[in-house]
Design a protein around this ligand. Structure first.
Ligand code: SF4
Ligand code: SF4
Length: 317
């Protein structure tokens, strides 16, 4: 029997009004070739399930619980001696775990797995269930992680959406082979493509990859006859990409590509608690949200280039 293809989905959110036209379901696919310092979804960075430890739910003290410690066959969990965080997880050992027995043993839901392996049928059942709540003009947005990393699963899901007349969108870093990028795009109605920095070295320094492939994919898409709407998204990160020089270089590149819409996103620290649950350090844990005057200044620069610049969720799409 041929096994059905599965994709690792780390979240499905039913009611987004910020990620494409109308009310939408967001499907978060795990795995990303980038490692942006400010990433808000660290649990989706790897194409692998990870253990999230929510200390607030742990009953080590109240119920004298030690269930995870005895359940782990690899001795990766131990008492920490720290009252604030009673158990320590050795993440290097967990990396090769196949059983995740600790999460099954934790009856208080303090230990959970990020993501679930799903078949396209299972995913479509959730999408079809949510569909009645979208109203007119909604649809599905695939995001992540980097959705292009699970290309085959994504293509199958997009074909199924198309066959069911579901409007589809993507949020992507654009970091994939041009063949993969265009193959996926051609099945979509709408695309948000990130443009994080124009300088390849700075891009490399803070995202882990250079930007030449991304720029070339944006150029290819802009020059193609794809009938959908392309919106360039820029997460505004203080001290990284918010300089006038970088914004002007971005605007010039967009003009070169004949692109006229950009959506700038203020930095937020919503991912902070997930870094703690994963036992990871968050480089931006002390950073504040992007001040409004910085966003307005960036908007003004784009407007000088005749590029419509929408801030955050304040968009017509
Ligand atoms: S099994 Fe769960 S509740 Fe019990 S000690 Fe481990 S993490 Fe805490
Ligand atoms: S994920 Fe696996 S190795 Fe890690 S603590 Fe749980 S059972 Fe042990």
């Amino acid at each position: 029997m041929v096994e059905e293809r599965k994709g690792l989905v780390f979240d499905i959110q039913g009611y987004s009004v910020h990620d494409g036209p109308g009310c939408r379901s967001l499907v978060f696919l795990s795995g990303c070739p980038l490692s942006c310092d400010w990433c808000a979804n660290p649990e989706g960075q790897e194409l692998k399930q990870r253990v999230l430890y929510r200390v607030s739910k742990c009953k080590y003290h109240e119920r004298n619980c030690r269930r995870c410690i005895s359940a782990c066959p690899y001795e990766a969990i131990a008492e920490s001696g720290d009252a604030e965080q009673p158990v320590n997880i050795d993440r290097n050992i967990c990396r090769d775990c196949k059983t995740y027995d600790c999460t099954k043993a934790c009856i208080y839901e303090a230990l959970n797995l990020s993501g679930k392996w799903m078949t396209v049928d299972e995913l479509m059942a959730v999408i079809e269930r949510d569909r009645k709540f979208w109203g007119d003009g909604g649809g599905v947005t695939f995001t992540g992680g980097e959705p292009l990393l699970q290309k085959d699963f994504l293509l199958e899901a997009l074909k199924r959406c198309k066959a069911s007349f579901i409007h589809t969108s993507i949020e992507t870093s654009g970091f994939a082979s041009t063949e993969t990028f265009m193959e996926v795009i051609n099945l979509l109605d709408f695309a948000f493509v990130d443009l994080k920095h124009m300088d390849p070295d700075k891009h490399m320094e803070h995202t882990g990859v250079r930007n030449e492939l991304i720029l070339s994919n944006i150029k290819t898409l802009a020059a193609s006859d794809w009938p959908g709407l392309l919106v360039i998204r820029i997460p505004v990160i203080e001290g990284f990409n918010d300089s006038d020089e970088n914004i002007r270089a971005t605007a010039e590149f967009l003009k070169e590509c004949d692109l006229e819409i950009v959506n700038i996103l203020p930095f937020h620290r919503l991912g902070d608690s997930k870094y703690k649950q994963l036992g990871m350090k968050y480089k931006y844990s002390e950073s504040e949200g992007t001040p409004e005057d910085v966003l307005l200044h960036i908007q003004e620069i784009f407007l000088k280039y005749d590029i419509a610049c929408f801030i955050g969720s304040n968009t017509p799409f």
